[in-house]
Ligand binder design. Sequence first.
Ligand SMILES: O=C(O)CCC(=O)C(=O)O
Ligand SMILES: [Fe+2]
Length: 248
Amino acid sequence: MYDIFTEYDFGPDERARMDADGHYVLPGILSGSARADLSGSLARVEELRAELGDHPNRYSAEYDDYLASLIGHPQLVALARAILGDDIRYDHCVSLNRPGGNGGIGWHSHSYGEERPELGFVRIFFYVNGFTADDGGLKVVRGSHLLRDHKLHARTDEALSAGWLAENRHPVTGDELAIEGLDAPEGSVVVMWTHAAHAVTARRPESDTRWCVVYAFRRPGLPSRARWVTGDFERHPPAGAETLLPLY
Ligand SMILES: O=C(O)CCC(=O)C(=O)O
Ligand SMILES: [Fe+2]
């Protein structure tokens, strides 16, 4: 299998940044071959979705051999291990394609091991054709993951500001929490701790589809709500993913 990432840095400094902020952007690191194959696979998933509903979306790797082959790709596994340590499990592979006019998604975070912070959970987003802050763009709140609040919800920036942001402070620095819209050039990868507050702005009606897929990994130890893996897939793991598929 060819390289899916070009050269990038993710050492102790970048890791410390991610731990302080809750996310880290690796701009434009997807290789040309990976971008081309991902676009093809994600377009096929989109067609299947029109036919079959949400299942191909949530279990994307189970509908596409190329997406499945990346679960155990040495570069993806190395990135997940640089964040979580050696003992990791695959959790889900979900396509997040957003066609022109897509409404985005409101503020939320995700659960896993609220009482056991040593059990990390990371989402690794592949923004194949990138986004801009006002066009299918990921929004974040630096430090929000440290509060480990999986019940966080707000429909709009205004509602988040008036509610959760006003009620909380950055647990380490004591600073006010602030909404930030990210920009991601084509081929960017974003890594994010599961408890980070995030939302997505609407895709402009005149824009093309934002092609995106997320691979999530976690340290084993608890059941996982987001784990979308069928029994059949677990029994027949793709090459290289044999030890990553079991729940524990
Ligand atoms: O579509 C996106 O960029 C993010 C979607 C999201 O919130 C998630 O996969 O957890
Ligand atoms: Fe999310």
